[in-house]
Design a protein around this ligand. Sequence first.
Ligand code: NAP
Length: 242
Amino acid sequence: MAARLLIAQGHEVVLHARDPQRAREALAAAAGARAVVVGDLTSIAQTREAARQVNALGAFDAVIHNAGVGNREPRRIATEDGLPHVFAVNTLAPYILTALIRRPKRLVYLSSGLHHSGDASLQDLAWEQRPWDGAQAYSDSKLHDVLIAFAIARRWPGVLCNALEPGWVATKMGGPAAPDDLEAGSRTQAWLAVSSEPAATVTAGYFYHLRPRSASPAALEVPLQERLLDACRRFSGVDLPV
Ligand SMILES: NC(=O)c1ccc[n+]([C@@H]2O[C@H](COP(=O)([O-])OP(=O)(O)OC[C@H]3O[C@@H](n4cnc5c(N)ncnc54)[C@H](OP(=O)(O)O)[C@@H]3O)[C@@H](O)[C@H]2O)c1
């Protein structure tokens, strides 16, 4: 939906999908997109390959880190890299893509109101010592997304870098009973990616439906941000450019 909005506004949009079949479906759903890059974010190797495809297309004005998995996993599902699925897709993949994609002018990260319940200790990110709790793993990952957004905003002052929550909306993840406005749920990320309005041309902001909203105070803690970046570097083997 965000891609369709941007295409309708005349922007050149590149999509991302996990595999060739989903890539065809994404292109069919967002007519007018320039291209689609392919890579399953559960895999560090495929995430690196997706970044390579992005860079091969040229420099981007904005990147929206939207892909995510929800809170319904009943057990710790390990990826090919031995990491919990939710951590790999929601935390590590946006870190790797941020680090490897040529620096755009704007970065947007999809978080969730549930990030307020995320574990700010950053202990046991790989869920090897704690009993599995899918809802907690999701909340943790959405806190990680805000920590990454605010860390990058601080480290890369030339980039407008923000996070948002779309509301509980009726996507595949949100489910049919979700009460919030689905249209509004896709608008803020597109707006942060392209708008020249003063309210959108900020950095280290956290938004909900085009308005600033308070993020968890934990997300503002610089040592915590740095610890997460360091952990992501260790898990992925990918350095964040200075
Ligand atoms: N819906 C809500 O109520 C809600 C609330 C708060 C925050 N959010 C956040 O909003 C963002 C978008 O979620 P959504 O609600 O639109 O969920 P969704 O309908 O489930 O869509 C998630 C997207 O991520 C993609 N994806 C998942 N795993 C992937 C992987 N391994 N490799 C590549 N792509 C992958 C999915 O691809 P496939 O279609 O191929 O699976 C899909 O395009 C997420 O970051 C989510 O945490 C959503």
